[in-house]
Design a protein around this ligand. Structure first.
Ligand code: HMG
Ligand code: MG
Length: 304
């Protein structure tokens, strides 16, 4: 597995959307710039969703404009409907992400419509984005379990992933929103979805609630998947997925990949500094194992 892997850093969106302490525009921009400085160049920076639903993502337009001058980076923003699309386009978005669910319960809780209705909402968004030269990524949530409906059949994931791909999403990210998956289930799911959407167009977006995310990623990599979503420090979760914790931590993913001989281009000390800075701001230490280990090592070295 010594080929390349693309990391999509989602901390500034998926991470901060679930933090009780709202983080202001300047600090969100500083966090994103620290991540770019650490070598992460594909970053989800905000969401054009209802401010009543996710107040933490208010002012995503200012965040996007504030980082726009980094020509070598690719910034993604979430868009749930045409209203969000218009705001994202006005703020200069070049890549947007629409988000559907494989389960009805989460779809209703998260975006207040059925799965089929959400696809109909995305249809004009994707068509307009295509006409405007904006690329569209797609998410499928609850691919390995739903907080409301329980078990989710792989076929439900296959159907939504295929639909998003047919609509025109260049990549479909498979979200284990509540982090309940285990490696063999992750492997079987990827194999099933890859029967309808080429593996090269799939990404893994695994939350780490049950501590399985790295194992699940490894299993998915064995199936051939080479795109990983992660959040610096293991930040966040989804406010509409009760009990779910953050994404797999970027530090942990980078440590795993580098240990496997896969170069990530990420500077670990700089990533750690970015994680520590945002952790200080939100007032709690990073949940990342690698960040904890490196911070402990740093404390020991400075006390010697
Ligand atoms: P709704 O209430 O059904 O929408 O919400 P509506 O069309 O009836 O409008 C209600 C109000 O929202 C109106 O305002 C609209 O103008 C406003 P009012 O007249 O009451 O003042 N509104 C908007 N405002 C700003 N931007 C918009 C927008 N749309 C409507 N785009 C809606 C439906 C989808 C808008 C809402 O449920 C929503 O915003 N949901 C987003 C929830 C969310 O962001 N969840 C977290 C992201 S998903 C996730 O984390 C999972 C993921 O990481 C993958 C994984 O882990 O699996 C991606
Ligand atoms: Mg997520």
């Amino acid at each position: 597995m010594s080929d390349s892997v693309r990391i999509v850093e989602v901390g500034p969106r998926d991470g901060l959307q679930n933090e009780k302490t709202p983080v202001g525009v300047e600090h969100r921009i500083a966090f994103i710039e620290a991540l770019i400085g650490a070598g992460l160049h594909t970053i989800e920076v905000g969401a054009f969703v209802s401010p009543k639903a996710i107040p933490q993502m208010v002012n995503s337009d200012a965040v996007l404009r504030g980082v726009d001058h980094h020509p070598d980076s690719e910034f993604h923003v979430l868009v749930p409907n045409e209203k969000g699309y218009e705001a994202a386009r006005a703020a200069g978005a070049k890549v947007i992400a629409v988000f559907a669910s494989a389960s009805e319960g989460f779809s209703r809780a998260n975006i207040n419509c059925t799965v089929a209705e959400s696809i109909e909402r995305f249809r004009p968004v994707v068509a307009r984005a295509k006409a405007d030269g904006i690329r569209v990524r797609g998410y499928v949530s609850c691919v390995l379990g739903c907080p409301f409906d329980g078990e989710v059949k792989p076929q439900a994931v296959v159907d939504v992933a295929r639909t998003l791909s047919e609509l025109g999403c260049y990549e479909v990210s498979l979200g284990d929103t509540i982090g309940v998956g285990t490696p063999l289930k992750a492997k079987h799911l990827l194999r099933a979805v890859a029967g309808s959407v080429p593996m090269a167009n799939l990404a893994m977006h695994f939350h780490d609630t049950y501590g399985q995310a790295l194992a699940n990623l490894y299993a998915g990599m064995e199936e051939g998947c080479r795109v990983i979503d992660s959040a610096a420090g293991g930040l966040g979760g989804c406010p509409y997925a009760p009990g779910a914790t953050g994404n797999v931590a970027t530090e942990d993913v980078v440590y795993l990949l580098e240990g496997m001989g896969i170069a990530t281009g990420v500077d670990m000390p700089k990533l750690l500094a970015a994680t520590n800075a945002i952790s200080r701001l939100i007032g709690r230490p990073p949940v990342s194992r690698v960040a904890s280990a490196l911070n402990a090592k740093g404390r020991m070295a400075s006390s010697e």
